[in-house]
Design a protein around this ligand. Structure first.
Ligand code: SAM
Length: 269
């Protein structure tokens, strides 16, 4: 995969040289380049921003340096007709694990890190002619710039590329992989400060352990993220799973989970 990131603070992206992402780059699984937007300005002061039309606080990123930077990356790239351009924005589609999987299939991803009040909107309109533009938000809060969002998105996407995470099994059992949160995990010693590991995990009974873990996923998801369970596909649930969900306040209607309106909010976590 090829990833290009454009930013006025290229140093902000230095963590992408570390750990699994850094190793993926060394191993040739990922070709990642960080471009300084100021390299695409033409004035002596390397200006990338100006005051907003219509007045108001803050500055807006000028269109032309962005058009120059993105055109140069597209020309050098080897993706299909329209490379994917991700524009981090609190006004974008909410990034999630399903999107990480979808984007991990792409040949090339380009990230445009905004700063100040954001990028002149005409860049987004112009870019739509040359790129598949995806404005994406990390969450419902405002960051100072797109760099932190890019660090998070790139990490979530790149770890899904074949060969990046040593044991691919660990990707299957994580939070959000199957629409649920992950079960709690424990390691040695089995007793720590008078706290015991749940005895089932020491039993060696793999069937029972798998069921316990599944039910812990249900309990934790019901307690912390009930929104993930409403409408959850129940067609593959075992009888024991359905009983567990019933105890948690969910009924199966037309193959999907629905929360019983009379149930108090579960506070197990
Ligand atoms: N004025 C913009 C608004 O209200 O939508 C916010 C601009 S913000 C201060 C500057 C830049 O930070 C944005 O252009 C975007 O690149 C990035 N950013 C801020 N919050 C973000 C979020 N939740 N997700 C992704 N990027 C974000």
């Amino acid at each position: 995969m090829q990833i290009d990131v454009v930013s006025i603070f290229p140093e902000y992206l230095a963590p992408l040289e570390l750990s699994l992402i850094g190793k993926a780059r060394q191993d040739g699984l990922l070709d990642l380049k960080v471009h300084d937007l100021r390299e695409f300005t033409t004035d002596r002061h390397r200006t990338v921003d100006d005051t907003p039309y219509g007045g108001g606080a803050g500055m807006v990123m000028k269109a032309e340096p962005w058009a120059q930077a993105l055109s140069s990356i597209a020309e050098a790239g080897h993706a299909g007709e329209k490379p994917v351009l991700i524009v981090p924005s609190p006004a974008g589609e909410r990034f999630n694990q399903a999107l990480a999987h979808e984007l991990a299939e792409e040949e090339q991803l380009i990230f445009a890190c905004g700063r100040y009040e954001g990028i002149d909107e005409r860049v987004i309109e112009w870019a739509a002619e040359h790129f598949t533009v995806r404005p994406m938000s990390l969450g419902d809060y405002v960051l100072n710039g797109g760099e932190v969002a890019v660090l998070a998105m790139v990490e979530a996407i790149v770890r899904l590329l074949p060969g990046v995470v040593g044991n691919p099994e660990s990707l299957v059992e994580e939070s959000h992989a199957d629409g649920l949160l992950e079960y709690p995990v424990y390691t040695k010693p089995s007793t720590w400060r008078d706290r015991e590991v749940p005895p089932i995990l020491l039993s060696g009974n793999h069937g029972k352990i798998a069921q316990w873990r599944r039910h812990e996923q249900y309990r934790r998801t019901a307690a912390r993220r009930p929104d993930l369970l409403d409408g959850f596909d129940a067609t593959k649930l075992t009888r024991a799973d359905r009983t567990e969900f019933s105890d948690l306040g969910y009924d199966v209607v037309d193959g999907r989970l629905h929360r019983r309106p009379d149930m108090p909010v579960n506070d197990q976590g």
